[in-house]
Design a protein around this ligand. Sequence first.
Ligand SMILES: Cc1ncc(COP(=O)(O)O)c(C=O)c1O
Length: 375
Amino acid sequence: MIKKQLYTPGPTEVPPETLAALAKPVLHHRKEEFKKLYFSAVSNLGSIFKSSGEIFILTSSGTGAMEAAVNNFTSPGDKALVVVSGKFGERWEELLETFGVETEVLNYEWGSSAAPEDIKNKLKGRDDIKAVFATLVETSTGTLHPIKEIAEIVENTPASFIVDAVSGLGCDVIKTDEWGIDAVVSGSQKALMTPPGLGFVCVNEKAKNIYRDNDRKNYYWDFKKASARLENSQTPYTPAVNLIAGLDQSLRMINSEGIENVWERHKMLSEAARAAMDKLGLEVFSESPARGLTAIKIPEGKSFIVKELKERFGIVAAGGQAHLKGKIARLGHMGYADKSDILKLIAAAGLILEDFSGLSAALKAANEIFKKYAE
Ligand SMILES: Cc1ncc(COP(=O)(O)O)c(C=O)c1O
């Protein structure tokens, strides 16, 4: 038997308590029990988004929530600035173009993170740019973008700021209200420890006014309808009731640990992973590594790493996407992940590479990080 474990940067492992909650009898979505559950899930999400704004839970994956944001916050013919440094920045660009928005793209090399100065320069004197779209963590490269700094810049312009935090929410720091982000999009299957199938959009007052005044035609993704229903802890259409029950359980676990502690745990895990990989001769790919995943360059002649992790040790990691296929491996440690998961990963990588002195140094390096955080 090989015990499989997801080390992919989404979907991720789901705690047993959440699996049990998912298996509970189906509630009717117009009855009191569901309203209570929905209210709880939305409130719990608020603590994680760090926002007192509206939060819509959508029956969709993260991309559906991105599409809903584009549909509700833009109109055909609008101009938008998009930060792109990987596959998910490109997704904003593709979605905006699909829905008739003219895009100006700030392209960065994959693995690099955005320079806030560039956004400042692009927006200077530009009243015609309606919105800026960016990504908290570019999952295709494991890169964190400086969202707080970009938000500060956008806040002083007429544009709104919309952030994809599908793989950052719940592991990297994001403070929606305090940083002045107008809308944040996320999904259930990453650091929120829930199976795929739910998308979220968190909306502040400015963004609320945008979708209220927006005349773009929308049906399923119409935030005006969603907002009217939300007042009564309801959704416009039948929601994914059991996923929401699972989500609420996972969110309770996150909030009982405390989101700041959860961020800190991910910081520790990512530092330990990077320190250990370095000792094994595996170079980190990103110049600004995220907390929820570590992307490493695959050394020449070692393309077997991802396959052997899975086949020999049940560690299901991800390879590279697009032109990075075969060039990087993406090791997820987000959500239901702790020190023992990192130790297993280090041990497996050391055995696969048959680098026993590297393995010893890697374990020592990880231990130093763990001890630092225990102080
Ligand atoms: C940063 C980011 N944005 C968007 C998405 C798309 O989400 P989904 O695959 O749930 O549609 C992902 C999924 O990996 C992601 O990592």
